[in-house]
Ligand binder design. Structure first.
Ligand SMILES: [Zn+2]
Length: 285
């Protein structure tokens, strides 16, 4: 739910770089022989990720231990190995890997910046889409929790398409679709939920809800908000106790405005609290 600029490395550049480290001339040329096929599927993937139709890309469904040919005479395992060895462990592929990871900064795009990106995750898993194994636009920086939560389910329904931080519709990153409720109790409970704009299609609403559920955003956001709330209550008691509720509300609103991510836990929380007279007048005590 955090938008990122797409990697500036093309699928063709990544493929040529990773295969350049293959020492055996014959094997390197064999692998390079399928570059047009890689290029074509990468272009289709990029197009579909932009339009929200990656679920229609045919996936490879094979049993354990099977290793079919996936492009001319190249097997699935060879493309997976190209990623796992020539992109993750060897230069010059590793430099591409690192550049994609570093470009995300400290904020995992999938969970709205709660975690720090530690690894690259395949948007469409390499086991089912081996020809996309080293396509940079299919590689998403992920924190440990998001990487674990994803569990690589088969994406065979439009609702299951995760939000793509490079290519997806801008509405997911520019419009508010997460909201928070604050109970007027002591202590108060904070619950985040999915509330997409009415004008979104049912499919896009369902995609947002699926992403939110799959990555446990509600609980993870609430944990962040819980500790922030303690800090804000202290601040109210120490610095705003003699000031008007409006002054505290203004403070919260300006803090919300200083945060970029429209669906980030902090911006959503601060805006909700700024609009909450019960909280701004210190009745949480
Ligand atoms: Zn994350």
């Amino acid at each position: 739910m955090k938008q990122l600029a797409a990697p500036n490395c093309t699928p063709e550049e990544a493929y040529m770089a990773c295969t350049s480290a293959i020492i055996d001339d014959q094997q390197r040329e064999r692998m390079r022989g399928v570059l047009p096929a890689i290029s074509a599927i990468a272009a289709e993937f990029i197009d579909r990720a932009s339009g929200g139709s990656t679920w229609q890309l045919p996936s490879l469904r094979v049993g354990r231990g099977e290793d079919p040919l996936v492009a001319d005479d190249i097997r699935k395992s060879e493309l997976v190995h190209l990623y796992e060895y020539y992109m993750v462990q060897r230069e010059p592929g590793r430099a591409i890997y690192d550049s994609i990871l570093v470009a995300a900064g400290d904020h995992c795009p999938t969970c709205g910046g709660i975690g720090q990106p530690r690894t690259l995750d395949h948007y469409l898993p390499k086991a089912s889409y081996p020809k996309l194994a080293i396509v940079p636009q299919n590689l998403i920086p992920a924190c440990r929790d998001c990487n674990t939560d994803k569990r690589n389910p088969l994406v065979d329904h439009p609702h299951q398409q995760l939000l793509h931080p490079y290519l997806d519709k801008r509405q997911f990153f520019e419009e508010r679709w997460i909201s928070v409720s604050v109970s007027h109790t002591v202590p108060c409970a904070i619950i985040y939920s999915v509330t997409p704009p009415e004008h979104w299609t049912d499919e896009d609403k369902a995609r947002a809800a699926n992403h939110f559920d799959l990555f446990g955003i509600s609980k993870r956001y609430s944990v962040q908000a819980g500790s922030e709330l303690g800090f804000l209550m202290d601040m109210h008691m120490n610095y705003f106790s003699r000031q008007s509720p409006e002054a505290f509300s203004d403070f919260l609103r300006s803090a919300a405005n200083s945060v970029d991510m429209i669906n980030g836990w902090k911006k959503v929380l601060y805006e909700a609290l700024a609009n909450n007279p019960w909280f701004c007048s210190g009745e949480f005590r």
